[in-house]
Design a protein around this ligand. Structure first.
Ligand code: MG
Ligand code: MG
Length: 253
């Protein structure tokens, strides 16, 4: 069942969202050649804990990191590691969750390591823009399918593939709550959007095929054809006044 949040609960989600957004921003600022994904994970864990919050992903289903950090053809759920050293031209996806006073924030972004190819930069930009195309559809009376179809259309018109196997979701008391928020769909289909809904909208976009597989580590998801992917996510709330971005702490993101 979709759990609607009242104004007080949304205010608490903003607190969790701010901590999440700050941790992601700090990690993003630390992305550069020679840095390990474990180092980025440490920055995230330290900030979340300093704020009195808990890294939501740590131990979630047995996940060993505080953040999911996925490089190049890795789509999501990459395990932070001291063995994974970022190289110029890589793109790195960092996905962060923080739980604070019973509420969860969930946000992801894709960062270039030094100078990246024009193709990689365009993929990152398309993924971010597609999120905002989806977010424009978060209006009372619209449906979940309006969000996904807007994301899908924007990406596919530019020749990109939208990952099907993993989707956005409700977020709030738990990291994953109903409803699913796919990055594809049919306008006018799916649950109706009402005030009090809190959603994690998160386009995962491939420069090639949208087919993915899981590595033998049991977590890391990669594209089957090895193509680059990007990820962009914010937790948002729908209120009578419209959409509120819960994890966005910097207007440039
Ligand atoms: Mg996430
Ligand atoms: Mg999410």
């Amino acid at each position: 069942m979709i759990q609607l949040k009242n104004a007080e609960q949304i205010r608490k989600m903003k607190d969790a969202g701010r901590i999440t957004g700050e941790a992601l921003l700090l990690a993003g600022e630390a992305v550069k050649e020679g840095v390990t994904t474990k180092h980025l994970d440490d920055i995230i864990r330290r900030h979340i804990e300093k704020c009195g919050a808990v890294p939501t992903f740590l131990g979630y289903g047995g996940f060993p990191g505080s953040a999911c950090i996925s490089v190049n053809d890795q789509v999501i759920h990459g395990i932070p590691s001291p063995e994974v050293v970022l190289r110029e031209g890589d793109i790195v996806k960092i996905d962060v969750g923080a739980t604070y006073r019973g509420f969860v924030g969930d946000s992801a972004n894709t960062f270039p390591v030094g100078r990246v190819s024009r193709e990689a930069a365009a993929l990152i930009e398309c993924t971010r823009n597609s999120f905002y195309k989806g977010a424009e559809q978060v209006r009372i009376g619209n449906r979940i399918g309006d969000i996904g179809s807007a994301v899908q259309r924007y990406c596919e018109e530019r020749g990109y593939g939208v990952i099907r196997k993993y989707v956005g979701h409700g977020v709030g008391h738990e990291l994953h709550e109903p409803p699913d928020v796919p990055n594809y769909g049919t306008p006018g289909r799916g649950p109706r959007l009402v005030a009090g809904m809190t959603l994690a909208i998160e386009p995962m976009v491939s420069a090639g095929s949208y087919e993915v597989r899981e590595l033998r580590d049991g977590w890391t998801v990669v594209t089957v054809d090895g193509s680059l992917t990007a990820h962009y996510e914010h937790s948002v709330a729908l209120t009578e006044e419209g959409i509120v971005f819960l994890t966005k702490i910097d207007s440039t993101l």
